[in-house]
Design a protein around this ligand. Structure first.
Ligand SMILES: *Cc1c(COP(=O)(O)O)cnc(C)c1O
Length: 402
C-alpha cells in the first residue's frame, strides 16, 4: 500500500450555520449537571435548589449579555420553538387589534412554516421581498403595514446567505405604529452586536447550538409588558409561560456558550472575515459561471454562498463529502430535498439555477490550509460535474459557434 492510501481522509467542516461543535469549556461547565447536580429545578429540596440556582445564574448571564432583564428571558427547546411561539401566540394575544402578520420572505423555515399554519387558520400574512443582495428595505415593511397588523418579524441575519437586516430601523417603524417587533437573532449573535435595547425589539430568539453550545436549548426574549399567549403549557416552569421540566445542563451550557461568543466576537469575526474573503476571492478567480450570493459587506463574517451554473447542488455536496468536505445547500431543513431554497429564489436567482446554490459556513477552527484543500476540491468537482452536464455541453458548443 502506498503512503497516500494510508493517509486518513481529512475532514473539513464548513457547515457551521447548520450547527457548531460543542466548545470543550461549555461541555465542562455542563457536566456536573448531568452528575451530582441532577435535581429538578422546581423541587423545593436541596437538589432542586442547586439546580434552580444554576438556572437563575445562567438566566442573568444571558440577559445581561443582550441588554435584557433576567425576567425577560424564557427558555425553550431551541430556536424553532421560540419562533413558533412568537408567530402563533403574539397574534392570539393581540386579536382585538387585528390578524395581520408581516415577515421577511427569507425567514427561517421555523418562521415561514408557522406563518403558513397561521394562514390556514385565517390570519393574513405578508411576505416582504428582499433586494438582490438579500436585504429587506424598511420602506417595503412600512408599505405593508395595515391597521390590522399586529406583528412584524425580521431576522437579524440570514442563515443561508448571511445578509444582515436593518432590524433597528424596522423596529422603529413597528413602534411608531404600535406593532410588536420580533427578530430571530440566532445566526447573528456572536458575529454582530445583539442588544435588545439598541435593536428596539419586543421579542428576540436565540439558540445555543449555533454558537458552540448544546442542541435543544434556546430562549425567547419577551420585553417586559409585552403580551404573548402561552405556547407549551404544563407545569409552572418559566413563570407558567413554558411548561416542561427545566433543561438545566442545556441552560448552563447555553449561558457559557453565549459568554464566550460575546467575549470573543471581535477576534473571531475579524479572523473569519479574512479567511472568508480569501476563500471567496480564490473561488471566484478559479471558477467561471458562478455567482456569489448575498451582500458584499452587510453579511456574517463566516458565511459564503455561491450559485454554480450547470451544477446540481446536491451532486456537488455529495461529491465534496467524498473528499471529506461538509457543506450544504442552505437551510439544513431543506437540504436533502430537491426544491430550491426560498431564500435563493427570493434574491432573484432563476429556478433552474437555484438548485446549484451551496453554502460554505466557516467556524472558529477553520484554517487557511483547510480552505486551500477545499478550494482545490471544489474546482475539480465542479469541472467534473460540468463535464457530465448536457446543458454545459450545449452552452460551450454554442460558444464555439460564435
Ligand atoms: C438554526 C436556526 C433556527 C432553528 O433553531 P433550532 O435551535 O435549531 O431549532 C432558527 N432560525 C435560524 C436563523 C437558524 O439558523
Amino acid at each position: 500500500m502506498n503512503k497516500s492510501n494510508q493517509q486518513k481522509l481529512q475532514r473539513v467542516y464548513l457547515d457551521h450555520s447548520a450547527t457548531t461543535p460543542l466548545d470543550p469549556t461549555v461541555l465542562a461547565t455542563m457536566l456536573p449537571y448531568f452528575g451530582d447536580t441532577f435535581g429538578n429545578a422546581d423541587s423545593v429540596h436541596y437538589f432542586g435548589r442547586q439546580a434552580a440556582a444554576a438556572v437563575d445564574t445562567a438566566r442573568r448571564t444571558i440577559a445581561s449579555l443582550i441588554g435584557a432583564k433576567h425576567s425577560e428571558i424564557f427558555f425553550t427547546s431551541g430556536g424553532t420553538e421560540a419562533n413558533n411561539w412568537v408567530i402563533k401566540r403574539v397574534p392570539y394575544a393581540k386579536q382585538d387589534k387585528g390578524n395581520h402578520i408581516i415577515v421577511a420572505a427569507i425567514e427561517h423555515p421555523s418562521i415561514i412554516s408557522a406563518t403558513k399554519q397561521m394562514e390556514d387558520d385565517g390570519y393574513k400574512v405578508t411576505y416582504v421581498p428582499v433586494d438582490s443582495k438579500g436585504i429587506v428595505d424598511p420602506d417595503t415593511i412600512q408599505k405593508a403595514i395595515t391597521d390590522k397588523t399586529v406583528l412584524i418579524s425580521v431576522m437579524l441575519a440570514n442563515n443561508e446567505i448571511g445578509s444582515i437586516q436593518p432590524v433597528a430601523e424596522i423596529a422603529k417603524i413597528a413602534k411608531k405604529h404600535g406593532i410588536a417587533m420580533h427578530s430571530d437573532a440566532i445566526q447573528a449573535i456572536g458575529s454582530v452586536e445583539v442588544n435588545v435595547g439598541k435593536l428596539g425589539v419586543d421579542f428576540l430568539t436565540l439558540s445555543a447550538h449555533k454558537i458552540y453550545g448544546p442542541k435543544g436549548i434556546g430562549c425567547l426574549y419577551i420585553r417586559g409588558g409585552q403580551k404573548i399567549g402561552k405556547f407549551i403549557v404544563g407545569g409552572h416552569q418559566e413563570r407558567t409561560y413554558r411548561g416542561g421540566t427545566t433543561n438545566v445542563p442545556g441552560i448552563v451550557g447555553f449561558a457559557k456558550a453565549l459568554e464566550i461568543a460575546v467575549r470573543d466576537m471581535e477576534k473571531n469575526s475579524t479572523k473569519l472575515a479574512e479567511l472568508r474573503d480569501y476563500f471567496v476571492s480564490e473561488i471566484l478567480k478559479r471558477i467561471e459561471h458562478i455567482t456569489y450570493n448575498g451582500h458584499p459587506t452587510k453579511r456574517l463574517p463566516h458565511n459564503t454562498n455561491f450559485t454554480f451554473d450547470f451544477v446540481e447542488g446536491e451532486s456537488l455536496i455529495m461529491s465534496l463529502d467524498l473528499d471529506g468536505i461538509a457543506c450544504s445547500s442552505g437551510s439544513a431543513c431543506s437540504s436533502g430535498s430537491l426544491t430550491p431554497s426560498h431564500v435563493i429564489l427570493a434574491i432573484g436567482v432563476p429556478e433552474e439555477k437555484a438548485q446549484g446554490s451551496i453554502r460554505f459556513s466557516l467556524g472558529k477552527s477553520t484554517t487557511k490550509t483547510q480552505l486551500d484543500y477545499t478550494i482545490d476540491k471544489i474546482v475539480k468537482r465542479v469541472d467534473k460535474l460540468r463535464e457530465m452536464s448536457p446543458l454545459f455541453k450545449q452552452f460551450t458548443d454554442g460558444k464555439k459557434l460564435i
